[in-house]
Design a protein around this ligand. Structure first.
Ligand SMILES: NC(=O)c1ccc[n+]([C@@H]2O[C@H](COP(=O)([O-])OP(=O)(O)OC[C@H]3O[C@@H](n4cnc5c(N)ncnc54)[C@H](OP(=O)(O)O)[C@@H]3O)[C@@H](O)[C@H]2O)c1
Length: 217
């Protein structure tokens, strides 16, 4: 598959690229193609260091999204609508994946529920009609994902309304040895998984835990 990781120059994008590059064509997206090209080169070097093969390339966000089978929105919540505006002309039948968490921090991290209930539902409303949205990966700590440490294991809660799209993302998640996909239900429940991220961050700060993730026992 061709997987576009928009904002793939950032923290979580690198983890997706490193894990999926062996079997898929990874298209790192950025506002600046040179930045995406540099990140892709660096990720390919990391793969070589770990004696893994890969196919990672860099593009501007719109070019990365065009012709992709799957688009991961690895963008902070505040900037997603701007990126959707840029890529909308090339959106048609790609599966869109949101790991996006709307949250803020004062004394503690807190979930900032958007008017439609969740970031995933807000983003779905921005997409051309008929496009399929899946929400996943909110509770995966980027540093642990990027480390390629085989000892790291965590669960990925996945929700969405289209069975085929959800199965594609469940299967992609299953390909990553450290991740176990768990079906959580329809997109209407996305807030239940998005809100786990501020919970994890508060646990991390208050209990001196580094990059905690979730495993359902
Ligand atoms: N980090 C984690 O551990 C983690 C875990 C689970 C879920 N998430 C979610 O995944 C998403 C990405 O997280 P992240 O930590 O990877 O974010 P990040 O590193 O802060 O940013 C990702 C990318 O977003 C792009 N970006 C920044 N400002 C922008 C703007 N004004 N307009 C358009 N694009 C902009 C940048 O790409 P360019 O400068 O190249 O355009 C940047 O590299 C977030 O929604 C977050 O909630 C993160």
């Amino acid at each position: 598959m061709k997987i576009a990781v928009l904002g793939g120059t950032g923290d979580i994008g690198e983890g997706f690229a490193l894990h999926w590059a062996e079997k898929h064509h990874i298209r790192i997206g950025s506002r600046k193609s040179e930045k995406a090209e540099a990140a892709a080169e660096q990720f390919n070097e990391t793969l070589t260091l770990f004696e893994r093969k890969g196919d990672i390339s860099g593009f501007d966000n719109r070019t990365a999204a065009e012709d992709a089978d799957v688009i991961i929105l690895a963008i902070p919540y505040a900037h997603v609508s701007g990126v959707i505006d840029v890529v909308r002309p090339v959106l048609s039948d790609q599966i869109i994946v949101s790991p996006v968490v709307p949250m803020s921090r004062d004394e503690y991290f807190k979930y900032d529920a958007p008017a439609r209930g969740s970031a995933a539902q807000e983003i779905q409303a921005m997409l051309p009609e008929g496009m399929n949205m899946v929400a996943a990966f909110h509770t995966v700590a980027s540093r642990k994902l990027c480390s390629l440490d085989p000892a790291f294991q965590c669960d990925v809660m996945v929700c969405g309304d289209d069975r085929h799209s959800k199965d594609v993302i469940i299967s992609l998640t299953d390909e990553v040895v450290c991740l176990r996909p768990l079906d959580v239900g329809p997109l209407a429940l996305a807030s239940t998984i998005e809100s786990l991220t501020p919970l994890l961050l508060n646990i991390a700060v208050l209990n001196h835990l580094k990059d905690p993730s979730i495993k359902v026992l």
